[in-house]
Design a protein around this ligand. Structure first.
Ligand SMILES: [Fe+2]
Length: 309
């Protein structure tokens, strides 16, 4: 097996101000599949082509934002090894028992220097993607319901000390730097895109004074046409669009940023290239940061740098 260690983003728990309003957005507009509700009142979703039980969990709260973002690791032995490696690195880890999240095994949680709770886990029940494992059809009706992304893909987090986060993710968790944006001094990173896989990014961070903030959670679509269809569906449903459809210079993905009813930014995107760990990181200079983030407009909008949840 070539994919070892940390495999991919697995789940995010998101706070919403009104649960049923949030459920309507993520289920009927974004088109995720509701897979369960727990005794705490949390609601669980997966994208149609994901096989594990859940990837997005909504919790009603007084403020929007992210509770935690988790990565699935290869197996239980890997989970034990990474917990030990994190402790040896000086991190404090916490064990969350199996079943605390529906259909999810034991989780290892730790706070990273940017002020975000990150989790690792090895087990989540395979409920399938609605197709058979023998002689499957190519898609199901859920693939055309709402925007219908194929998976939760990555998150962009805002917080301080992102160079410490990069070192932790590279040295302990096996990630590598794919792209970066430099600050005005030409040395310090304003933003970093990190991958644990063959994807252009599994997590990205922007330097920001306030810790623990969410810039966006991102969902993958297959094609540019589906990005345009997503924009139509957002407009039909009066979703507040931040920017797009457009293209990022960074990663070359095509994108729309928009807000859920609670003000959490989400992205529907497609494309981007597929790097390997031996690729040299791509650098964007301060002068071209606008082009890097929004390739067509070639300038940032104020919201990109200031509105987070
Ligand atoms: Fe993104």
């Amino acid at each position: 097996m070539a994919v070892t260690g940390v495999m991919r983003p697995g789940h995010m728990q998101l706070r919403v101000l009104d649960l049923e309003e949030g459920v309507n957005h993520y289920k009927n507009v974004l088109g995720l599949v509701e897979t369960g509700r727990d005794a705490q009142g949390r609601v669980y979703f997966k994208a149609w082509d994901e096989r594990d039980h859940n990837s997005l969990i909504l919790r009603e709260a007084d403020s929007a934002g992210m509770d935690f973002f988790a990565f699935k690791v290869a197996d239980k032995a890997t989970l034990e090894k990474l917990d030990a490696d994190l402790k040896a690195y000086g991190m404090t880890t916490e064990r969350i028992p199996a079943g605390e999240l529906l259909e999810t095994g034991e989780r290892v949680r730790f706070m990273i220097p940017s002020g975000h709770a990150i989790e690792l886990y090895a087990e989540k029940t395979d409920v399938g993607n609605g197709m058979e494992y023998v002689n499957p059809d190519p898609w199901t009706p859920d693939a055309e319901r709402g925007i219908a992304p194929v998976r939760l893909d990555h998150a962009l987090l805002y917080g301080p000390d992102i160079e410490k986060v990069q070192k932790l993710f590279e040295d302990v968790l096996g990630f590598y730097l794919v792209e970066r944006v430099l600050m005005e001094d030409g040395k310090t990173d304003l933003a970093i895109w990190l991958s644990c896989s063959h994807k252009a990014h599994d997590i990205a961070l922007v330097r920001h004074p306030e810790p623990g903030k969410l810039h966006h959670v991102s969902f993958l679509l297959d094609t540019w046409e589906k990005v345009l269809r997503a924009a139509d569906i957002m407009s039909m449903n009066k979703v507040s669009i931040d920017i797009g459809p457009t293209r990022h210079g960074v990663t070359r993905g095509t994108t729309i940023y928009a807000f859920d009813p609670s003000g959490n930014r989400f992205e529907t995107f497609c494309g981007g290239y597929q790097p390997y760990p031996d690729y040299a990181a791509v650098t964007w200079t301060w002068e071209e940061v606008g082009t890097g983030v929004f390739y067509h407009d070639r300038k940032l909008n104020e919201r990109f740098l200031t509105v987070v949840s």
